[in-house]
Design a protein around this ligand. Structure first.
Ligand SMILES: NC(=O)c1ccc[n+]([C@@H]2O[C@H](COP(=O)([O-])OP(=O)(O)OC[C@H]3O[C@@H](n4cnc5c(N)ncnc54)[C@H](OP(=O)(O)O)[C@@H]3O)[C@@H](O)[C@H]2O)c1
Length: 313
């Protein structure tokens, strides 16, 4: 992640050091931030990163985050919980209000726009989330915005990157090549999330939009991305199945995912704010992810050390 001349010396708290949070924490540490990350489990400390235990279900008044001071930047990277509440805010709001905060990034989803039948959406499009997870997410965005903290909401489509690509499913023979005419998915490489966050931190506060879509240039069907992943691996594609044939076997989350069709625009990020995507499409992103996975395998790292396993649409 070149560019992003962030002023060193900040103290960053990443709430939820998972796939994106950890990648962001590492990049920020390289730029001179002191970085603290939370996890529900105790994690081994690292020279550049300090791990704190925080579990919103633990009822322990913020766990190891309770006594923090001097936090200048926060990234919130945990989803609303199964009851529809933000998992962090109720316990951490008072502590955050005491900090000299310059920036709070909230990672949200483009799911808040709802289904547009494949039409483009931008930050001016009124959210029409479906009931359930997307509605809770919109409420969580609003709860964070209502704190009066300097919150910027980042709306993300499917996140992919090293260890979150369709490669493992193709190798194991578990991938499905699903045909649903007209359906597209949008995605973003994790390093473009990191790059966009750093880009926004480096902007003067008045230029930071309250809400920003962070996605690549290439919404497209999942059959296209699976085909490219198979080509990179030199593996055959599974036989195509019609969506109607598999719909009833899908989990509720997968069904809701396939039930929404939209194209989020990155015009504000890339044209107006001048961010240059490192991976404008899955083609560059999958190639780089595969190279990184192979590099970390050669170095003896597991997916958990370098990211969390998963798949991208
Ligand atoms: N994955 C996608 O494709 C996608 C797409 C759009 C938006 N998003 C959203 O973007 C954000 C980042 O996504 P990601 O995939 O990078 O996240 P992730 O890898 O799932 O990491 C989530 C982090 O939140 C922590 N967390 C979750 N529930 C918690 C709780 N109750 N109390 C304390 N900590 C809790 C987890 O702690 P542990 O370390 O203990 O597990 C983990 O560190 C999330 O809000 C996600 O919903 C994701």
């Amino acid at each position: 992640m070149e560019g992003a001349a962030v002023k060193p010396g900040g103290r960053l708290l990443v709430l939820g050091g998972g796939y994106s949070g950890l990648r962001f924490g590492r990049a920020a540490a390289q730029r001179g931030f002191e970085v603290l990350l939370t996890s529900r489990q105790r994690r081994p400390q690292d020279a550049a990163l300090r791990w704190l235990v925080f579990d919103s279900e633990a009822n322990d008044s913020g766990g190891e985050t309770a006594g923090l001071e001097g936090i200048t930047h926060v990234l919130m990277a945990a989803a609303p919980n199964g009851q529809g509440d933000d998992p962090m805010l109720p316990q951490l709001a008072a502590m955050l209000q005491r900090q000299p905060l310059q920036w709070v990034g909230y990672l949200s989803t483009t799911g808040v726009y709802g289904c547009t039948g494949g039409a483009w959406v931008d930050e001016t499009t009124p959210p029409r989330p479906r009931p359930g997870r997307s509605q809770w997410r919109l409420e969580a965005e609003r709860a964070w915005q209502a704190t009066g903290l300097p919150v910027q909401v980042f709306r993300l489509p499917a996140i992919y990157g090293p260890h979150r690509c369709p490669f493992e499913g193709l190798r194991q023979g578990t991938s499905k090549l699903v045909h649903k005419p007209g359906q597209v998915f949008s995605r973003v490489h994790v390093d473009d999330i990191v790059g966009s966050l750093l880009h926004c931190i480096a902007l003067p506060e008045k230029r930071r939009p309250a809400v920003l879509n962070v996605c690549d240039d290439c919404p497209c069907p999942s059959s296209e991305t699976l085909g490219f992943a198979a080509h990179l691996l030199g593996l055959p594609l599974p036989d195509a199945v019609r969506f109607a044939e598999i719909e009833t076997s899908l989990s509720p989350m997968a069904r809701s995912f396939w039930g929404e069709n939209r194209r989020p625009s990155n015009h504000l990020l890339c044209q107006q704010l001048g961010y240059s995507l490192r991976y404008p499409s899955y083609r560059e992103g999958f190639r780089a992810s595969l190279a990184e996975e192979e590099g970390s395998r050669a170095a003896g790292e597991t997916g958990a050390q370098s990211g969390t396993p998963g798949s991208a649409t």
